[in-house]
Write a protein that binds this ligand. Structure first.
Ligand code: EPZ
Length: 420
């Protein structure tokens, strides 16, 4: 299994080009199941998760061909509507094929994804949305068996809590349902807006995307389109925090700073220099950050996917800060690993109190989930000595050429292939 070796103490300087967003790419790829003609996605990052989705689509009859960051998708054959366990268990976002299959073919059999490191990750809201549109759902031997032989019908879907994935499944299914659907308490993440805009380019009729109420008027069929995946706001935030932690001076290009309002507020409060344009942001920092309390919440609040990274930065702050995680029930897996590097953190339920400043030192650490893993890389950039991060396959799921991008800005980071 590969490891990452990081030698701390180097200030990051230079520029990084941000890749396409993993969490926009995955639903957009699922939407290709609904296209009756060829679909092309640009700026589609080459990640373990997007490779898993291509494999699932291939299994479902959608052939694809990648040319650098451009992927062409053939129209689905419709022969298969089952997403098997051995594919879904590797990538829980596979559940996003449920809405497209049900919307287009009136049936779908999708393995329950099961939990993951950060929580049980139920899909009850996805199922509720499909049932609201008239589908019959049975859970049989770990599979969601969904059917709507007469097709889905438009409905009001009110989510009791905000769910990005359930909003995406509902949006895609509603695009081909008969009549009007209103998705109430919809997620407002930029990835939802990106998906809606792609579906509109395919012929769907959608308004309200990006707000809490999305209205969809079903159409009889969708064509392919050419769509560029939005820039990855979590990658943007990750590198912004990395630059700030090292007292660096880094410009992030090809990104959407307007997708990260809460992060910039918190980083400015921590004393970091942030200069935004429409497609780039300059991060400059001098000295230690000020302590800042952060609570994660759905967009436009502070993203849960940047909680671990921000906590790594707060380890260096001149004082105590409280990081509150409200989205997932177990998203502090990075805490014990950061503590092995010398961080001083007390966890009490969903709140972590970070006592700063801590002098971090290099250590052997274990990656657990995608974002916890990258927080250890960030800590390694500023720790005394060498940090080795094991199980970097977690990182490869969501970061494209991480070590190359950081090395280009002066980080001493390299991948070690361990034959294990
Ligand atoms: C998406 O996951 C992202 N993944 C996650 O990013 C991100 O952390 C999350 O949204 C929140 O922003 C992708 O887009 C592929 P949710 P998703 O449904 O859709 C509960 C990363 O690191 N819930 O918004 O699965 C759920 O347990 C990943 O890139 C239900 O209870 O998240 C959680 O507590 C990690 N029932 C909360 O809602 C459901 O049916 C929010 O989950 C669905 C969700």
């Amino acid at each position: 299994m590969d490891k990452l070796r990081v030698e701390g103490g180097k200030r990051l300087e230079g520029s990084i080009t941000i890749s396409g967003a993993k969490n926009a790419a995955l639903p957009l790829m699922a939407a290709s199941l609904m296209a009756e003609t060829e679909m092309v996605l640009e700026n589609l990052p080459e990640l373990a998760d997007t490779a898993s989705m291509l494999a699932l689509l291939n299994h479902l009859g959608v052939a694809s061909e990648r040319q650098d960051e451009v992927v062409r998708f053939s129209p689905a054959s419709g022969k298969r509507t089952t997403a098997p366990y051995d594919i879904v268990r590797r990538m829980r976002a596979s559940v996003l094929v449920l809405g497209p299959l049900l919307g287009r073919y009136g049936k779908a059999k999708v393995s329950l994804p099961g939990g993951c490191a950060i929580g049980t990750r139920p899909v009850d809201l996805h199922i509720m949305a499909m049932e609201a549109m008239g589908a019959t759902i049975d859970i049989i031997e770990g599979y969601i068996e969904a059917s709507a032989p007469d097709g889905l019908k438009g409905a009001d879907i009110t989510f009791p809590m905000v769910s990005v994935g359930a909003t995406e499944n509902a949006l895609m299914a509603a695009a081909l349902a008969r009549g009007e659907t209103r998705i109430i308490n919809a997620a407002c993440e930029p990835e939802i807006t990106d998906l809606a805009e792609c579906l509109i380019a395919m012929g769907a009729s959608i308004t309200g995307q990006g707000s809490e109420v999305i209205t969809v008027t079903g159409v009889s069929g969708l064509n392919g389109c050419r769509h560029a995946v939005i820039a990855d706001r979590i990658e943007t935030g990750t590198f912004a925090i990395a630059s700030a932690m090292t007292g660096g001076h880094v410009t992030l290009n090809n990104c959407r700073p307007d997708h990260l309002p809460a992060l910039w507020d918190m980083m400015r409060a921590a004393g970091v220099g942030i200069e935004e344009t429409a497609t780039s942001v300059l991060i400059s920092a001098k000295g230690s950050p000020h302590p800042v309390d952060v609570t994660t919440s759905p967009h436009p609040g502070f993203p849960t996917d940047l909680q671990a990274q921000f906590m790594a930065m707060m380890c260096l702050a001149e004082g105590d800060s409280v990081i509150s995680e409200t989205i997932f029930e177990n998203r502090f897996m990075h805490v014990p690993e950061l503590m092995r590097m010398g961080a001083r953190i007390d966890v009490n339920g969903g709140n972590a109190t970070v006592h700063g400043p801590a002098k971090l030192h290099g250590a052997q650490v274990m990656a657990t989930d995608l974002r916890a893993s990258v927080s250890l890389v960030l800590a390694g950039l500023v720790a005394d000595g060498v940090t080795t991060i094991n199980r970097v396959y977690h990182l490869d799921r969501g970061y494209y050429r991480l070590e190359e991008k950081l090395s280009a800005c002066g980080a001493l980071i390299s991948r070690v292939n361990e034959k294990e």
